[in-house]
Design a protein around this ligand. Structure first.
Ligand SMILES: Cc1cc2nc3c(=O)[nH]c(=O)nc-3n(C[C@H](O)[C@H](O)[C@H](O)COP(=O)(O)OP(=O)(O)OC[C@H]3O[C@@H](n4cnc5c(N)ncnc54)[C@H](O)[C@@H]3O)c2cc1C
Length: 414
């Protein structure tokens, strides 16, 4: 596959862009692979990529029931940060954030990583104490964050009203090297790199069953026929319980829709990401100028990938208190994605009761930021049977009571 470079752009400009290769090859399933990854979202594609890059396993298929990147990876609000409270979380999210720093160069694909800074507003005394605690924890973990006062918040985000009527801004947890990346490009970049290593990305192919013999995986049944494998990675986010059911075990996962919306495009007015957990909303401005607005999850479990009216109203009403200028904007579109929630709001990267089957899920409302680190750990687990980054994220922690509680610390964990 030809490398993308400034010379390639110049060359193709001169010959009317007739010489570009397809970004990834169209593939039909082979009878057997060394490893199969189900789900061509960011996490599945990254798992396959690091299987090849770090462990030399390239006889791999990534099987996707729809189109690659069409799940949560293509529906999220792209916040990348690593300011978590617990040590195992900080380790994997910081690994991920640091991989994002050079991901465009690693993949030879511009994923538009923008380390513009993320701030989490403290709008109650309880939040002030909580974020001071996180800032101290981050200092010990080697994650660069700081607690800043309202004046600095106003300096960084001039459109904010720090003296709001109900919840004045008392400060913020600020991570200067956190930010955003282009979500589709992350999936496309990994897909292209996987394809370049000879892996098969098989789209429009749903996994409908998991074959086992003597407690060990032997392959999958799909809408394009049966495919054999020795190792199977289940990386399907909100559909993880369905795949676990096919493999004969249960996961502590609830599936629920999370919604987001964007406004009409406006001139640049905010160059950081702001999360307001007390009023429950978060905001950034896309390169096109749209205000990207994230809200909360639906109050009931469901599989609908849709938005709803009351969510727009609740989210925008909450944010208008702190960002009065939003009240003048027209909202352009809204959508939802099916996120996979665990009880402690931490992910699962784990072996399972079926030998050769591994599961990566439970990233809930905040897994986009984790894609490179999660793929790195999942690949190591699938290749070697253990990964230091994944050790604490076993699915069996719920049986043993070894929770990694990020629910209270994170508020909304995007
Ligand atoms: C509205 C919204 C906002 C969000 N905002 C943020 C944010 O700002 N920052 C952040 O870090 N995270 C955010 N997230 C969470 C983040 O999007 C997810 O955690 C992450 O994208 C999950 O990636 P994934 O690869 O695991 O799943 P997905 O991208 O959902 O990929 C799973 C794939 O598996 C496929 N699949 C399912 N069943 C089968 C089957 N039987 N056979 C074959 N394929 C199957 C699906 O079609 C899908 O493509 C947000 C999510 C939503 C919905």
């Amino acid at each position: 596959m030809k490398r993308y470079s400034v010379f390639a752009v110049a060359r193709e400009a001169l010959r009317n862009h007739q010489g570009w290769d397809r970004a990834w090859a169209k593939a039909d399933p082979k009878p057997r692979y060394d490893a199969i990854v189900v789900g061509a979202g960011g996490h599945g594609l990254a798992s396959a990529y690091y299987l090849g890059r770090n462990h030399g396993i390239t006889n791999v298929a990534v099987i996707e029931k729809g189109w690659l990147g069409g799940g949560n990876t293509g529906r999220n609000t792209t916040i990348i940060r690593s300011n978590y409270l617990q040590d195992p979380s900080a380790a994997i999210y910081e690994k991920s954030r640091s991989l994002y720093e050079t991901l465009s160069q690693d993949l030879n694909y511009n994923i538009m990583f923008s380390p513009r800074g993320v701030m989490m507003l403290a709008q109650t005394q309880h939040e002030v104490r909580g974020y001071l605690r996180t800032a101290h924890a981050n200092a010990l973990q080697g994650v660069a964050t700081e607690f800043i006062g309202p004046e600095r918040v106003k300096e960084l985000v001039p459109i904010i009203d720090t003296n709001g009527p109900r919840y004045p801004v008392l400060g913020a947890l600020w991570q200067p090297r956190a930010g955003t990346a282009r979500h589709d490009a992350v999936a496309w970049g990994y897909a292209r790199a996987c394809s370049a290593m000879g892996m098969d990305i098989i789209q429009n192919c749903e996994v409908t069953g998991i074959r086992r013999e003597g407690g060990k995986v032997t392959g999958v049944e799909t809408t394009k026929g049966a495919i054999g494998c020795d190792r199977l990675g289940i990386v399907v986010a909100g559909h993880s319980s369905q795949l676990a059911d096919m493999a004969g075990f249960r996961l502590p996962i609830e599936s629920v829709a999370l919604q987001a919306l964007v406004s009409e495009p406006i001139k640049p007015c905010m160059d950081v990401v702001v999360m307001a957990n007390t009023v429950h909303g978060y905001l950034s401005q896309s390169d096109k100028g749209e205000m990207v607005i994230g809200g909360g999850t639906d109050g009931f479990n469901n599989y609908t990938q849709r938005g709803s009216w009351h969510h727009i109203e609740e989210t925008v009403r909450a944010l208008v208190e702190t960002f009065p200028m939003l009240s003048r904007l027209k909202m352009l579109r809204q959508w939802g994605g099916i996120v996979d929630m665990t009880g402690d709001r931490s992910p699962i990267i784990s072996k399972t009761p079926v030998e050769g089957v591994f599961v990566n899920c439970g990233w809930g409302t905040g897994g986009f930021k984790a894609i490179p680190g999660s793929g790195w750990a999942m690949a190591e687990l699938m290749a070697k049977g253990a990964s230091p980054l994944a050790e604490e994220f076993s699915m069996f922690r719920f049986r043993e009571g070894k929770f990694i509680d990020e629910s209270v610390a994170a508020g909304v964990a995007h």
